[in-house]
Design a protein around this ligand. Structure first.
Ligand code: ZN
Length: 489
């Protein structure tokens, strides 16, 4: 056994333990009895401590120093292990456990506060969580910005200043397009009662059509849909609304995109540092291209129209074109997860600016609601009517996920680049989509991107797939072309 072999054997066990810890979160969101909240917080904290001890084990430093890589793959493993080792070594064990314990409790407080429209009930917990994450950011960055340190947990190598200028470039064109659309008559809407069981059955069928392997996954219900796991155990969740079948269908397609990325990583990478998606932004590019560029395309929506007519009968839409318009309806809404693909980015920009201000202590948690409501009205043109439509809508901040939001919009930018390249590689894509045939698209994503796992950096992963530099232009052009036709602008 070489030092490198010892290192990988140790990492394999750490990864296995971290998968168990991740399944505790899946369980908390899907199955856990409510009375178990406090006990689960202790379980999370214990797992976080155990993992932290393994990730900071001094033997890792010795193995890293003695390892002699034989290939580029070995070098990629060492780069990732070294980065994690250095990162975890900067964090005191007590802080790690305290973050796990507090965010686990905060989650339950957030669920209740959201149900009761009670911001005041959530604020003390939010203050605690913000303070702990600032401590973490400060421990991680010796001189730079604590926010960037937190951001790098989700998007390695990214920097918030670059993201801010990318968003500045996007915002005026998105706002202009949104304004033009809302000046026009609205797109049609589905009406009727949609059986929840039939919604789930159709969503499962669509997940399989997109390549999700149920032999290595499952679909359950959750308040806030998510994907969890990697390798041979990748689970997705969804939710149903009897009046709005698109909620279930499109959140299922979205999570299927995440899940297929995990399922399609080269099996040789399982339980090695190369397993899993390379960053949240790249992950989101996979869920977004599934959900939007493919799932909300004219071709796929024509196929979906006939499937839905078969499942639900008449729902007030006469033809495939009106259905395509309904699928891409731009509405005055409040909820990020229900936003169309255009306004979604404006939701992210709002959260990105507010959370940067929270972490830099320029904004106090007690002033957050007012700041949120002011910014929302400025960007969207109307006022937030209740907290569950405002700052209590998202799970992220209760879980301490600061630095996570911008990766959603980065994912949209990456998806725009990937879709442009996919279209060049497969000129007959729209014909395939109209036949409910996804294999050309999903196969291209698997072969050019997904199979590489964490082998390359996030930017390398995208640039290798598209054969050039990343830019917001393909996304903006795609949105402008699509919505101008849809709304006759
Ligand atoms: Zn996602």
């Amino acid at each position: 056994m070489t030092a490198f072999d010892d290192l990988l054997a140790f990492e394999r066990e750490t990864l296995a333990v971290s998968r168990v810890a991740e399944r505790q979160f899946w369980d908390q969101e899907t199955m856990m009895p409510e009375g178990a909240t406090e006990q689960r917080a202790e379980e999370h904290a214990a797992m976080a401590k155990l993992l932290h001890a393994r990730r900071t084990d001094p033997r890792i430093g010795e193995w890293l120093a003695a390892s002699e890589p034989q290939s580029d793959t070995d070098r990629a493993c060492l780069r990732l292990v070294r980065r994690d080792y250095e990162r975890h070594g900067k964090l005191p064990e007590e802080l790690v456990a305290e973050i796990a314990r507090t965010t686990s409790l905060a989650h339950r407080v957030w669920v209740d506060a959201r149900a009761n429209e009670d911001v005041a009930a959530f604020l003390p917990m939010l203050e605690k969580v913000v303070d702990l994450r600032i401590q973490e950011g400060e421990a991680l960055c010796s001189d730079g910005s604590p926010y960037n340190a937190l951001l790098n947990d989700y998007e390695p190598d990214a920097c918030s200043e670059d993201i801010a200028s990318l968003f500045d470039e996007m915002r005026p064109r998105l706002v202009a397009l949104r304004g033009d659309i809302l000046d026009h008559p609205p797109a049609p809407q589905l009406v009727g009662h949609f059986d929840k069981g039939a919604q789930l059955a159709l969503s499962k069928q669509i997940a399989q059509t997109f390549g999700y392997d149920f032999a290595r996954g499952r679909m359950d219900m959750a308040v806030h849909p998510f994907c969890s796991g990697s390798g041979n155990d990748v689970r997705i969740t969804t939710r149903t609304d009897a009046g709005d079948p698109f909620n279930c269908i499109y959140s299922s397609i979205h999570e299927t995109g995440h899940a297929c990325y995990e399922q399609n990583v080269d099996p040789a990478y399982h339980l090695t540092p190369l397993e899993g998606g390379v960053s949240m932004g790249v992950h989101e590019s996979q869920s977004r291209i599934f959900e939007n560029q493919l799932g909300r395309s004219e071709g796929f929506s024509a196929w979906l129209f006939s499937e839905m007519r078969a499942a639900f009968g008449d729902f007030g839409i006469e033809n495939a074109w009106d259905f395509y318009r309904a699928v891409n309806r731009v509405d005055r809404g409040f909820i990020r997860t229900e936003a169309d693909e255009l306004q979604y980015n404006l939701h992210i920009m709002l959260r990105f600016d507010l959370e940067r201000a929270l972490i830099s202590r320029d904004l106090k948690p007690t002033d957050l609601e007012a700041a949120w409501n002011d910014r929302f009205e400025a960007d969207f043109g109307y006022a937030v009517d209740r907290p569950s439509n405002g700052l209590l809508q998202d799970v992220h901040w209760s879980e301490g996920l600061f630095g996570y939001f911008p990766t959603y919009a980065l994912g949209n930018v990456y998806a725009g680049c990937l879709f442009e390249s996919l279209g060049k590689a497969h000129p007959n894509l729209s014909t395939d989509l109209a036949a409910g045939q996804l294999t050309a698209a999903t196969g291209w994503l698997r072969d050019t991107l997904q199979r590489h796992g964490r082998r390359f950096t996030p930017v390398e992963t995208i640039e290798r797939a598209i054969g050039g530099p990343i830019s917001a232009e393909p996304l903006l052009t795609y949105l402008e072309d699509k919505f101008r036709i849809l709304y006759g602008l």
